[in-house]
Design a protein around this ligand. Structure first.
Ligand SMILES: O=C(O)CCC(=O)C(=O)O
Length: 326
């Protein structure tokens, strides 16, 4: 047996072309039931034990749960990343020899949770730069637009602008005032071609880190919406931290301007690095000092931006385009 496991099927040339043209690709029933079950078990495990950062990011709206770097402490997710089929698709889409895992992120919206994901580009706030980056979004429940399926602006990954990163929980530290405001897509839906899909577990979305995307709150009466995003990088990606980009609190050896290296961003293809894999035999958690520094940085940024640091609930920032309501 070789790892990572080969996928049920490789992506076709037409699918890869579609990904590059539209900035997003939906592949139906790509994930075999065993890998899906492992991911679901890992996400349930993570939901019942949010990290300190996860509790902070989930604090504003009841029924909303978000957490990152789950794989650093949840063994099922570590195994899905190292041994599941995902890195093979990343390798195809990125046209890269080497594939490293960047991080994972869980998004859960219970039925009736008014926590829309504002339109954003992921790369605006990531501490990396390069062309060979992709995200996979894996739903664990059936999703429709009503139950907070993702929407994308077709082709927006080719736009020249970089937009301010408004995250669902308004993390002030990653809002870079030098960047452009996200256009009011909802007010002018006729100007944009929006793409979305009804999905069921086993389906997967693959998208470019500059493609504008967002979602409604979950307006379904009874259906939970759980999803896991997996982020991947290729040969040309470099470490590019700054005060306005997402901090990474896990150990690695990457230097600014240099390639990603070390256990926080493990190499998966062409083969895993035994030392990086060994480092994840035990869970890793950020130190309290690191968390306090990030908390302080965020509080300072919130004060500078005049954001209330802990609003009682999330403001509704993402409303459905008038002519495309569910
Ligand atoms: O699940 C969501 O609502 C947000 C997902 C997202 O923005 C992402 O994976 O980059």
């Amino acid at each position: 047996m070789t790892y990572p496991t080969p996928p049920l099927r490789r992506l076709s040339e037409a699918e890869i072309r579609c990904y590059h043209e539209d900035g997003v690709l939906m592949v139906q029933q790509a994930i075999a039931p065993n890998w899906l079950a492992l991911i679901e078990s890992g996400v349930e495990h993570a939901r019942s034990a949010l990290s300190v950062q996860g509790r902070f990011m989930s604090r504003k709206t009841r029924g909303y749960q978000m957490d990152t770097f789950l794989w650093k402490r949840i063994d099922e997710l570590r195994d899905a990343i190292y041994y599941g089929p995902f890195a093979h698709w990343a390798q195809q889409l990125l046209g890269s020899e080497q594939v490293r895992f960047f991080y994972d992120q869980m998004f859960v919206k219970e039925p009736g949770t008014d926590a829309p994901t504002p339109w954003h580009q992921d790369l605006s706030f990531w501490p990396i730069r390069g062309e060979q980056i992709t995200s996979f979004w894996i739903p664990l429940d059936p999703v429709t637009r009503e139950s907070s399926g993702l929407l994308y602006v077709k082709g927006s990954h080719r736009w020249p602008q970089r937009f301010k990163a408004i995250s669902p929980d308004y993390v002030a530290a990653i809002i870079d005032e030098q960047m452009s405001d996200v256009p009011d897509i909802n007010a002018n839906p006729e100007l944009y071609e929006l793409l979305d899909w009804e999905m069921v577990p086993g389906d997967i979305l693959m998208f470019h880190p500059l493609t504008l995307h967002g979602s409604y709150g979950n307006r379904h009466r009874s259906r939970r919406r759980r999803a896991l995003a997996l982020r991947w990088t290729g040969d040309d990606v470099v470490w590019a931290p700054s005060a306005k980009r997402m901090p990474v609190h896990f150990r690695h050896d990457s230097l600014p301007g240099g390639a990603l290296r070390g256990a926080a961003f493990p190499r998966i293809l062409p083969a895993y690095d035994p030392l990086e894999r060994k480092a994840r035999e035990v869970p890793e958690r950020p130190s309290t000092t690191q968390l306090l520094c990030s908390g302080l940085n965020n509080a300072v940024a919130a004060a500078q931006l005049k954001l209330r640091p802990t609003p009682l609930r999330l403001e509704q920032t993402w409303t459905p385009p008038a002519d495309r309501g569910p």
